[in-house]
Write a protein that binds this ligand. Structure first.
Ligand SMILES: [Zn+2]
Length: 305
């Protein structure tokens, strides 16, 4: 029996996964190299990371396809492998669950540039790239598509359109907010605030409104973003904050928030109305295991008899 993701989150909150990029680096991927290509060249390493998330209790695993659009893959000479890389991404994530129920969320990140008139990319080319990637992910059996780490509504809108056209059963739109210099609020690099993003996503027909990554967006800021989403929309909300702030130590980016620190924010996030909680850059299977414990306690404490 298969339950759809949107039906599942009506029953109980779901646990997402943690970082992929920083885990791939730990597994030997060099900065600047194509992590998505590892779906073909090192599938065992990608699978090992995702198995650790599944073992930690993730209900949802994102495919290793963040930079899997033609425009991103072209930078690594992999433009002709879009279908192959995305299909492999879905297959590996599914395999990570080892036959137990779990949701594979097809991951689409930013195309990595600016559109006209600010940059050189034509809107039609960006839409075509998202369409191609979304179709590959859906055809391979992804349960949902997430368009994530988005900062502009124009690009986000193209991703949502592409995912819906591809026939995704669930479309998630996720924005990356940065805390403002004075610390009073947060908005995306392109100046979008959570209320505007939620209204826009609802208009475009997204099924879940999300936030991920961002600068200074700790668990408390993520809780605030969830609350602000919930104040303007009834759609389910997903949150994947980073494991604290990135710092450069010996030319390596490190994230400071331990699983013990970060997991204290899980229950407040759920109480604010988050339906899916995962984590972004710097988080590890240990963070997700700690999240699992908190989420299970929350579900238990809030069970209606
Ligand atoms: Zn991130």
């Amino acid at each position: 029996m298969t339950t759809r993701l949107l039906d599942a989150i009506r029953q109980r909150p779901l646990l997402g996964d943690g970082a992929m990029g920083t885990q791939l680096m730990l597994a030997g991927l060099e900065q600047g190299n194509c992590g998505e290509e590892w779906n073909l060249t090192h599938p065992d390493k990608v699978l090992a990371i995702q198995r650790r998330y599944a073992a930690a209790g993730s209900d949802c695993i994102l495919t290793n396809t963040f930079g899997g659009s033609r425009i991103m893959l072209n930078r690594h000479g992999n433009a002709e492998k879009v279908a192959e890389i995305n299909e492999a991404g879905v297959r590996i994530a599914r395999e990570a669950f080892g036959g137990r129920p779990g949701f594979v969320i097809g991951d689409i990140g930013p195309f990595g540039g600016l559109m006209e008139p600010f940059g050189e990319f034509k809107e039609a080319d960006v839409l075509a790239a998202f369409r191609e990637q979304a179709k590959a992910l859906v055809d391979a059996g992804a349960d949902a598509i997430i368009i994530e780490t988005q900062t502009s509504l124009e690009e986000l809108g193209l991703g949502i359109t592409a995912a819906k056209e591809a026939g995704a059963a669930c479309v998630i739109g996720s924005l990356a907010y940065d805390v403002t210099l004075d610390g009073s609020t947060f908005r995306t690099m392109m100046g979008v605030d959570p209320e505007r993003a939620a209204e826009f996503l609802e208009e475009r027909g997204a099924d879940v409104i999300a936030l991920n990554c961002g600068t200074g967006m700790d668990m408390e800021r993520a809780r605030q973003a969830v609350a602000r989403y919930r104040a303007v929309t009834n759609l389910p909300v997903m949150a994947q904050p980073n494991a604290g702030q990135p710092r450069l130590v010996n030319m390596k980016v490190v994230y400071d928030e331990t699983p013990e620190q970060m997991c204290t924010g899980v229950k407040p996030l759920l109480a604010a109305g988050a339906s899916i909680v995962g984590a972004c850059c710097g988080s590890t299977p240990d963070h997700i295991r700690a999240f699992r414990r908190e989420m299970d306690e929350f579900i238990h404490e809030n069970q209606t008899v």
